[in-house]
Design a protein around this ligand. Structure first.
Ligand SMILES: NC(=O)c1ccc[n+]([C@@H]2O[C@H](COP(=O)([O-])OP(=O)(O)OC[C@H]3O[C@@H](n4cnc5c(N)ncnc54)[C@H](O)[C@@H]3O)[C@@H](O)[C@H]2O)c1
Length: 297
């Protein structure tokens, strides 16, 4: 049996989480331009409403037959199972069972293992990993019952592929997302639901500016300089979202948004010594930045 694939979004019901900012916002606007009927959520109601306005403008200026100028929006926190399930129920009632779910919402906290407090680990796991579990459990059973082709794209990270410095907690959540995907890609093949795991490298979004590093004053000039370097080789949220959406239509399982991460992941699998060297150099670089900023690393 051939693998199912969503090939276009015109008139299709699509859910986007984390739609108020960054990659989720850019994905919602691009999907609106492709004629999708959108259900958008985020914990930030004002910015979510702004995204919905931008989606309406993009849909109105497009020429797609199925374009709906009004998105269904609901603001809630994905740390609540009840609120996530209520959102899914409202989407089913307002629009119907979605054909595609783009789960983008997430946060980033880095930190050395001897510095990061338990509360940061728990917050990351609750939002990034359990948030994914809640979204998957709220939508996928209905998508299976609908019995038609569907797609589930989940945003992991480069940190869900490779071992970047000070990323142990963030990587735990993003490898976890990839773990869910790795199983569902086979479990759901016979149900016609394609699974996609997006693994961005640097993306220039508000997340980078609001990055938390446990025990580190991120306003320190040395840290700000490192952040600028990160932003310099970052892709835009629009580029990352476009890669995600195109990757779904092309039936890609792992969707890369930056060539450097694709290269590091290939090295990890096919040339491990080069991968280990690159990770060591990256680690040394971070330690240098930390020392320059007066951090005991
Ligand atoms: N920016 C990067 O460099 C980068 C790299 C790799 C992976 N990612 C991943 O991409 C995804 C999107 O990140 P972004 O860079 O667009 O960040 P962003 O901060 O611009 O957007 C994330 C959105 O998720 C929402 N969100 C966060 N926690 C939530 C919660 N508990 N409930 C509901 N909504 C919540 C935020 O309000 C925000 O609107 C995240 O999962 C992130 O881990 C980002």
């Amino acid at each position: 049996m051939g693998r199912a694939r969503i090939k276009d979004f015109d008139g299709r019901i699509c859910v986007v989480t984390g739609a108020a900012s960054g990659i989720g916002r850019a994905a919602a606007i691009e999907l609106a331009g492709k004629g999708a009927r959108l259900a958008l959520c985020d914990r930030n109601p004002d910015a979510l409403a702004e995204t919905a306005r931008e989606c309406a403008a993009r849909a109105a200026s497009g020429s797609t037959a199925g374009a709906a100028t009004k998105s269904f929006v609901q603001a809630f926190d994905i740390t609540s199972t009840e609120a996530t399930e209520a959102f899914a129920a409202a989407v089913f009632a307002e629009l119907g069972v979605p054909e595609a779910v783009f789960h983008v919402a997430g946060i980033s906290i880095w930190g050395a293992i001897d510095v990061m407090p338990q509360s940061d680990w728990e917050r990351l796991i609750d939002i990034n990993l359990m948030g994914t579990v809640r979204v998957v459990r709220a939508f996928v059973p209905a998508m299976i019952s609908a019995g038609r082709p569907g797609a589930l794209a989940m945003v992991s990270s480069a940190a869900g592929l490779i071992g970047m410095p000070w990323h142990s907690a963030y990587s735990a959540t993003k490898f976890g997302v990839r773990g869910i995907a790795e199983v569902l890609r086979f479990d759901l093949e016979s149900k016609q639901i394609s699974i996609h795991v997006v693994t961005p490298g640097a993306v220039d979004t508000p997340l980078v500016k609001s990055l938390e590093i446990s025990g580190v004053d991120t306003s320190d000039p040395a840290v700000a300089k490192a952040q600028q370097q990160f932003s310099r080789h970052a892709v835009s949220p629009e580029q990352a979202a476009a890669k995600m959406i195109a990757g779904v239509t092309k039936g890609k399982y792992i969707i890369q948004t930056s060539p450097d991460i694709a290269l590091a992941f290939a090295a990890q699998r096919y040339f491990p010594p080069a991968y280990s060297l690159a990770m060591r150099l990256l680690n040394r670089k971070l330690m240098r930045v930390a020392r320059d900023a007066g951090i005991d690393a």
